[in-house]
Each structure stands twice: as C-alpha cells, then as structure tokens.
Design a protein around this ligand. Sequence first.
Ligand code: ZN
Ligand code: ZN
Length: 228
Amino acid sequence: MRCLLCDARLSETVSWKTLLLMAEPPAACQDCLLPLKKLGGPYCPVCSRSMPDNQECSDCFRWNKNREWAGVLTKNISIYQYNEEMKAVLARYKFRGDAELSKLFAGEMNKTYREHFREAEAAVPIPLSEERLYERGFNQAELLAKQIPIPMLHPLKRISTEKQSKKSRKERLQNLHLFQLSYADDIQNKHLLLIDDLYTTGFTVRQAAKILLENGASSVSSLTLIRG
Ligand SMILES: [Zn+2]
Ligand SMILES: [Zn+2]
C-alpha cells in the first residue's frame, strides 16, 4: 500500500494497535500526517474555534444575538486546523478531484461522530451547485458524509450565487440565500448533522440549518473537517 499524499510505500507490518482495535490501517505515511494538526485545547462551545477558557467566540456571540439566527445551529465540531499543509491537501482534494483522499479522513470523521453526535439520525452533506458538481465530478462533503455510519439525506439544493457575491458582507447576510429545499419528507422531526469540509464564518452551515429547521427538522448541528 502507498501513502495517498506522497506515494511512499507504507510499512507492510500491521501494528498491534491496528490488529487489536480492528482499525483500518492509515492511508498516509506519518511524515504526511504529522503536519495536519488537529484542533486541541479549550474551544468555543458553539463552533469549536480555539478560545481561552472555552468562551463563546465573537462570531458566535454575534450570530446568537441576532434574533433571526440565534440557536439555529446547535453546535459545530471541526477536526483539523487550517494550516499550510492542510490547505495543500484540501486544494488537491477539491480542485484536483482526488476523491480517494476522503479515505484519509475516514477514521477521524467516524471518531468525531461517535464522540459528539451520537444523537444525529441522518447526515446532510452541504450540496454543491450543479455547475460545480459537473466541473469537479464529486462533492467532497458527500464523500466525507459517507465515512460516518448514519443514513445520508439530500434535502437541499444549492442556488447559484455568482451575481450576489459582489454585494457587501452586510447585504449578503441579509439577502443571500445559498440553498433551497428540494425534498423535506424525510427530515421531519429528525436530528440532522450537516457535513462540510471547511467552517469559516459559519454562514454556510447556518443558512442550511435554518431552511432545515423551518421545514420540520428538530435540530441541526454540523461536523466540518477543518476550522478556518
Ligand atoms: Zn506520505
Ligand atoms: Zn464560536
């Protein structure tokens, strides 16, 4: 087996740990995996940004002060920091269409699901627009969602936003709609878990969460691979 990132040959000997835990052998070598730093230490309880004393961060404070957005997202947990190495991995994954790379994150996605989101009944990957999906050939959020053992639903459709993106941040927050509902029957009274690759301001997952709540979901959280 070869490392998915640098193509070096992975050690053939199965470690005792792998054997005892019946775990999947790693998909990349230690040299490539080590620079991908996980988030650690105290963090904002809403979005998992690193914060002293587990305080709520200023972004989440602002979201939760706004009557329209307060409590829309139960919580977000991200796994990795957005450093240079992760940026390179992500670029390769998304833009060079290296779908195999989702295997790299299977173990951590699964572990995070088990630690934080046991109550979730279905995973909802953040959709790409049809144009993007055509260009890229796969939706990275969907491949990540496949790594966790709950059913996957596709209740959302992405609206093309190219024209809207030239407006100011404030205008965008007020007027921009990223998603529309495509199918709501199977989300009724369900605890849903949104899946995406990157959490930056929380705007995308909150837009998705709001539509899902307005159409019958009981709660919406998110699991994102990287915290920008
Ligand atoms: Zn490697
Ligand atoms: Zn926060």
